[in-house]
Design a protein around this ligand. Structure first.
Ligand SMILES: [Zn+2]
Length: 316
């Protein structure tokens, strides 16, 4: 089974097309993040985030065996816990946040963390440098240690915190030193890139050596709507690195699905069976969107086409 633990929605995608792209890329399950970077949505506009969360809830409805919706919120707002409760009631099952203009240890954001703890919702944080060129300073890995005030929360830090990957690995190491089992620790890390190509092998090698595969999970960081080929290309980057680093079958199973399944509170074997059954049903339900249109969206919103070689894709 393969879980893509980091996929962005833009508000332009439809469930049938998303499922078809996942099928084309050989992805069984995907964590879909509500839109916040695309036109019409903004972290600064809570109403747009509510609209994005509600739209994502509609998109995943009926496809919960393959699509897991994550709400996006601005935790600085006093009504953020209410928004989270609403998103949960609508069917979203996790939270994605970017510390943009706030630090994870700020007093004003604690009520939302407490609400996430109450609802037992897994969290995904952007960590590391951010695409807006302004918010990276809020997203350093050690700042997320404040989450340890909520024992039992399951947190993933994206991009292995690049360029602060040593710091991210150190944050992840602490609980292992204290003997906590990997699936019970607070922090795991998605290896969505993040690091530009020249850094990737070194970063992944160090993370595997220090943390092991049990704290690492795959995320494509693709922006929907996009083709399956686009997701598959990013899956291929990871496959190539796992080959180069001679990662064994068990380690690969953890990175492709086991680590994320534990983060999401899923039984991996049961989730794989349900996803396979859902895949059997999916073709008949798939909506249609012209290939040319899909390619256009891919190119406009998430594609790497036209980027100079050696530069990282959008990471957020
Ligand atoms: Zn992202």
């Amino acid at each position: 089974m393969i879980i893509d633990a980091h996929v962005h929605c833009t508000g332009q995608e439809r469930s049938g097309d998303v499922l078809r792209s996942l099928d084309d890329a050989g992805i069984d399950m995907a964590v879909l993040l509500a839109p916040f970077l695309s036109e019409g949505y903004s972290l600064e506009d809570p109403e747009s985030l509510r609209r994005g969360n509600a739209g994502l809830a509609r998109l995943v409805k009926g496809h919960e065996d393959r699509l897991i919706g994550f709400a996006v919120l601005d935790p600085r707002r006093a009504d953020a816990p209410d928004d989270l409760q609403r998103a949960y009631d609508q069917g979203l099952r996790g939270i994605k946040m970017v510390p943009a203009g706030w630090y994870p240890y700020d007093e004003q954001v604690q009520p939302l963390f407490a609400k996430a703890h109450e609802l037992k919702m897994p969290l995904l944080f952007h960590s590391g440098i951010f695409i807006d060129g302004r918010s990276g300073r809020f997203c350093r890995p050690t700042f997320f240690e404040a989450l340890r005030d909520y024992p039992g929360l399951k947190v993933a830090l994206a991009h292995l915190g690049w360029p602060w990957t040593d710091e991210a690995i150190a944050v992840g190491l602490i609980e292992l030193i204290h003997g906590v089992a990997p699936d019970q620790v607070m922090f795991r890390f998605d290896i969505s890139f993040g690091p530009p190509p020249v850094y990737r092998r070194e970063v992944l090698s160090k993370a595997l050596s220090v943390l092991g595969p049990d704290l690492l999970q795959f995320g494509s960081d693709c922006f929907l709507p996009c083709s399956g080929a686009h997701i598959a290309e990013r899956r291929g980057w990871v496959e190539d690195l796992l080959d180069e680093l001679d990662v064994d079958a068990r380690g690969r199973e953890r990175i492709w699905s086991g680590t994320a399944a534990a983060w999401l509170g899923l039984d991996a074997a049961d989730a794989a069976r349900r996803a396979a059954q859902a895949r059997e049903r999916a073709p008949a339900e798939a909506a249609t969107l012209g290939v040319a249109t899909r390619r256009l969206f891919t190119s406009l919103l998430g594609g790497d086409q036209g980027r100079p070689p050696g530069l990282a894709p959008v990471c957020c």
